[in-house]
Design a protein around this ligand. Sequence first.
Ligand code: DQA
Length: 149
Amino acid sequence: MTGTDKKTILVIHGPNLNMLGKREPEIYGKQTLDQINNRLKTEADALGFNIKTFQSNYEGAIVEQIQAAFQENYSAVIINPAAYTHTSVAIKDALLLLSIPVIEVHLSNIYKREAFRHHSMVSSAVAGQITGFGSHGYLMALNALKNMI
Ligand code: DQA
């Protein structure tokens, strides 16, 4: 397979995930976002995918990145919308634009935490959700996509 044939997966990290490693490590783990993204790149290489990673603390920037995925040639999206999971109609509506598979990932098990985290606004707009497996959840999402794209 040549580089140009490779499928590209867009990985979107929402607000405060740039603070991973420092932020409540007992909940989110000790790995930094760079370490998670590097591990994702290694796994994507092994599976024959390209990945592009994106992080923003701004809802509108995430919406615009999803709109870009609609215009550009991505094969799938992996998204952890972080706190916007529970509030964002705008991110859900943007995801509904896409006809490619979208996988929602959460580091923590959102159903084991405070009641306000039990509802995901975006889950009805995605193919599936992986929650509670720490950073391994992103690798699980990549492996799931192997059979989907
Ligand atoms: C999170 C769970 C959300 O409730 C929280 O606001 C986050 C991270 C997770 O990955 O476990 O920022 O999406």
